[in-house]
Each structure stands twice: as C-alpha cells, then as structure tokens.
Design a protein around this ligand. Structure first.
Ligand code: FAD
Length: 334
C-alpha cells in the first residue's frame, strides 16, 4: 500500500431526525485542528436521501468540502448500502483519516468499513491528535480495563479510522462566513443488491434518560448498599431538579437501569454539576464524567480515588450527608 497516495481528513456526517448529529459537528472541530496541522482539507461525508440542504450547514463548523450521496437507496441507514458508498468514496479520493461518532450507526459503519478495507479502527477514542510530519493519527483511549491510556497508531494501512463518543470533542463556534465545496457523488447500487430491508421503524416508547444533556447529575454507586438505599439518590435528584446517574456496580446490582450508567461502558456526561455519591472513582467511571464543570464527591473513605477527580469532597456517610444537603437546598430561595 502506498501511504503517500492518501491525503485529507474526513468526518462521517451522521443524520439524525433530519439534522446533522451534534457528534459530527464535534468531530469537525477536532478534524479542523488536525487538518490545519497537516495542511490538508477537512471533508464531510454525507449520505442519505434529501440531505443536500444539510451539506451547506457544516461549512461554518470547519469543513472545506462535503462529499454528498443523496439518493433514495440511502433513505434509511443500512450497513450494506452506506458501507458501499464509503468504500467507493475512499477508493476514489483516498483520505488519510476518517472519524465517526461512536453512535450505534457510526460504530456499525466504521467496523464494517474497517473490516473490508483491512485497516485499523480505534473505538471510543477520548483524545485525538495527528503527527504533522508522518501523518500518523494518535488515537488515545483507556485500555486494559481502564488501567492505562493507550495511544493507538495504524502505521501500515490507510485510511486510519476512529470512533469518538458524543460530547468528548468540542464543536467550533460556527463561522457564518466560512463556505466550502459540495462534491456530488453517485453510486451504482440497486435495491435488489441489498439484502437488508427496513420494514418499519419503531421508536422506543420507554422514556429516554438524557444524561448527556443534563445540567445537573446526582450519581450513586455501590456505597448506597441496596436498591432501597439508592432511593436516596432519586430523592435528592428530584429535590434539586437533577438527572440520576449511576456507577456500573450500582447498575449491575440491579438498582437502576443501564441507561443511567456513566463511564466507559455507559454515557459520557458534561453537566455543570456532578454529585458522585458512594462511588469509589474507578478510572472507567472517571472517563465518563471528568469534564463536568463542578464535581462534588461524597464518600465515607477519605482515601477514595474519587476525591482526586473532585473539586469538592465531603468525607462521610451518604445517609447522613445527603439529608443535610437536601435540607439546606430546601431553605434556599428559588
Ligand atoms: P465501589 O468501587 O464498590 O465503591 C463504593 C464506594 O462507596 C467506596 O468508595 C466506599 O468507600 C463508598 N461507600 C460505602 N458506603 C458508603 C456510605 N454509606 N456513604 C458514602 N460512601 C460510601 N464503572 C462505571 O461506573 N462505569 C463504567 O462505564 C464502567 N465500565 C467498565 C468497563 C470495564 C471494561 C471494566 C473492567 C470496568 C468498568 N467499570 C465501570 C467498573 C469500575 O471498574 C468499578 O468497578 C465501578 O465503577 C465501581 O463502582 P462503585 O464506585 O459504585 O463501587
């Protein structure tokens, strides 16, 4: 493989509910910095039906170009059709790097593309950089159960690829004066060539917990002792209008649903305030909440690692401290 042939940084632009998904805009922010460092263009790859008008929207966020596949066959996401578009576009334009959101669509597509191209893919990357001279993507993520941060390189294959979770990178403030070029692509793909058919889209009716959008999170861990003990977290959250979060151990104990889990195998959150109550502060939890504006930990063990990642720490029994806090909030004017 001639690595020199590959140039330019791409972001897969995911479309969700008729809009560009926020994670794609965040990746354009990260991609812009790397493209500037390398002196190469930053492109978006937009696939869908009736999505042409969205292409223009990404230029203010840093893209120089958008490769656009706008065809009926791309109405619904299907691995086979989307993967074919990405593979053809890669073959034709040879990017050095492609970034995807670590969403269910992004993860599915990236892994299918990586397998076909026999190239490397770093999943759930938490930091991205590029070596200006060699062009090597430096994709860092927790490894070995979160005990170390590993920086993963893909030295012999192109494109280099990574998925990044929502809210890990920052979108650039949109610059309305930035414009770019839309490159329309077509594909010879017939419905009969695709084995998967979307018969119906059924939306989950269970109310979705929007931890990633919450301003205040009260998270509880194994230190609450039992399902009944965990009720304290719900009561506190309700009192202060917060969303409930949890450690994996609290989820695995069956005290709360997995959609509340914060961390490496849960959700990455960036609230203004994060209460960590009865949570020890394992690295897998910390990576999911370390970017919160203000972290307040309550733990009865003064040596608990959570205190190293907190702005304020209260050493004590949650069942004594939390009621005091609730009373104090009660007395505060609205
Ligand atoms: P513990 O570690 O048991 O901590 C309980 C804490 O409560 C202790 O610090 C204790 O001092 C304190 N405590 C006890 N009683 C009280 C009391 N009455 N008042 C106040 N404090 C008290 N974990 C996650 O959270 N999210 C993830 O996404 C995640 N992903 C993982 C992925 C992998 C591959 C692996 C290997 C692990 C992952 N984990 C994750 C698990 C993680 O390593 C820890 O096991 C987990 O976070 C511990 O949960 P905890 O802090 O609730 O429990």
């Amino acid at each position: 493989m001639n690595l020199e042939e590959y140039s330019g940084i791409w972001v897969f632009l995911e479309v969700k509910d008729g809009q560009i998904a926020p994670v794609s805009l965040e990746l354009l922010g990260a991609g812009r910095q790397m493209a500037d460092k390398r002196g190469v263009p930053l492109a978006g790859l937009l696939i869908g039906e009736g999505v042409a008008s969205l292409a223009e929207m990404v230029f203010p966020y840093g893209a120089d170009e958008v490769y656009l596949y706008d065809e009926e066959i791309f109405r619904d996401y299907r691995t086979e059709s989307y993967m074919r578009a990405v593979l053809e576009c890669v073959e034709k334009h040879k990017p050095e790097i492609i970034l995807y959101g670590a969403t269910s669509t992004g993860k599915d597509l990236a892994s299918a593309v990586a397998t076909d191209l026999q190239t490397g893919l770093t999943a759930d990357t938490t930091m991205l950089d590029v070596n200006a001279e060699t062009g090597l993507l430096e994709a860092s993520r927790p490894a070995f159960g979160g005990n170390i941060m590993a920086t993963i390189l893909c030295k012999k294959h192109r494109p280099q690829m990574a998925t990044v979770r929502p809210k890990v990178m920052k979108a650039l403030p949109p610059d309305p004066n930035r414009t770019g070029q839309i490159i329309r692509e077509t594909i010879e793909l017939r419905e009969e060539d695709i084995r998967t058919k979307v018969l119906e889209i059924v939306r989950e009716t269970k109310e979705k917990v929007r931890l990633d959008e919450a301003d205040v999170i009260v998270a509880g861990g194994k230190g609450l002792g039992s399902r009944e003990g965990f009720e304290l977290i719900h009561r506190f959250a309700e009192k202060i209008g917060a969303t409930v979060g949890a450690s994996r151990d609290a989820v695995e104990a069956g005290w709360i649903d997995h959609q509340h889990q914060v961390g490496q195998t849960g959700v990455t959150v960036t609230p203004k305030v994060y209460f960590a109550i009865g949570i020890s502060g394992a690295i897998q939890h910390i990576v999911g909440m370390q970017n919160a504006g203000l972290i307040i930990a309550i733990n009865k063990d003064p040596e608990a690692p959570i205190f190293q990642s907190s702005h304020y720490g209260i050493v004590g029994d949650a069942f004594e401290i939390v009621p005091i806090l609730m009373e104090a909030f009660q007395k505060m004017p609205d």
